[in-house]
Structure formats: structure tokens, C-alpha cells
Design a protein around this ligand. Sequence first.
Ligand code: DX5
Ligand code: ZN
Length: 218
Amino acid sequence: MIQMAPSILSADFSRLAEQVKLVEEAGAEVLHIDIMDGHFVPNLTFGPALVKSIRDHSRMRFDVHLMVEEPEKFIADFAAAGADHITFHLETTPHVHRVIQQIKERGMTAGIALNPATPLDGLKYVLGDLDMVLLMTVNPGFGGQKFIPNVVPKIQVLQRHLEQTQSSCLIEVDGGINMETAPVVAKAGAHILVAGAAVFAQPDPQQAVKNIRQAANL
Ligand code: DX5
Ligand code: ZN
């Protein structure tokens, strides 16, 4: 079963609570929240205060995608703000195992994100501890970019490995997901589809959530 994770990066921030409710009513299971620090990625977004401010407006799972250096500094604050899940980038810390433990100790599920050029190899000794792997299908930093098809074989290899090891770890894909690319990543083995511009930059975000899910399930 495909899960839909609209990314608020492309939402209208002046009426964020409304936009969050809209996609929840359309059946989205997960709310994807992009945290950028202007160092690891060339853009800035928001912090724990924003997560806290929308927490009371939604029962969706809050999926926090940390695109920040030294992710270990921010785990406690996002937990307190109401995050259900935190994903950090493999490229951002030498203390990968420690950060996973920090996330889990606070009762959240843990994921690791890989940039398009980062191989799966670095996951080898931590995969058993992970609830999710996020495979970036664009270079992180901005919404509305074009899907990088070279990542598709990486999704397939990871999916096969998870199946062979009977793992319950989920694969999330993020970047350039729309009605055209959703079936491609779903067929390759993705379970959770993040979509920003393809949902919130559309005239009818609710219909967009339904259309992308339907395209993925075909
Ligand atoms: C990009 C972010 C994505 C972004 C995706 O760095 O991690 O979550 O919101 O946006 P779209 O779906 O527009 O490519
Ligand atoms: Zn993201």
C-alpha cells in the first residue's frame, strides 16, 4: 500500500493550518516537513516552533526531514514539538548510529536520507535499526525540481534487499514526484511518496493527492 506524504515546502504559509487539513481530508497519511539549515543545503526553511504550531491541527504522522549539519543538535527539540518520525542525511554526521538511537530513545521512528549520488553501501551496518530509508530523487534544497531517473535502480536494489531480509523498513522517495513519476517509483519499490509542488502548487491539492496515489497504484 502506497502512503502519500505531501510536503508543506510548497504550501501557502500564510494559511498553513488550512492547507494541512486539506491534504489530511484528502487521505494523506503522512505530513512531510522539510528542515533546511543554509549549510548542508543552500536554502533555509523552518524549525521546531513551526512543527509545534501545526501539531494541534492534524493527526497525520509528522515526518521531519532534516537537511541540516549536526542533526544530533535538533532531535530533542523536534521530538518536543510533536514529530513522529525524523529522517537525517547520511552525509551530515559521522555519528550515524548514535543519532538513530537518539531518535528512537525519544519514541520516534528513525530514517536515513541519501542524496542521489550517495550509494546504499553506508547503510549496511545500520539498516536493521531503521524504520525508513529516504532516497532523494532530486538534489535536496528546493521544491519543484525535476525527478532524477538515475535513482530508480537504487530504489530497486534496496527494495530487493529489504524483501530478501524480510525487513519492515519502508522506502520513501522525495523530489519531483508527480502523476508521471509516481508509477515509476512505486513499481521500483517505493512505499511512501513525498510530493510538494505536485500537490500544493496545484489548483486542487486534494484532487492532486488522490490522482498521484491512483497513478502509483496502477
Ligand atoms: C527537497 C525537499 C522535498 C521537496 C520536494 O529538498 O526535501 O521534500 O519539498 O518537492 P517537490 O515534490 O516539489 O519536488
Ligand atoms: Zn523532503
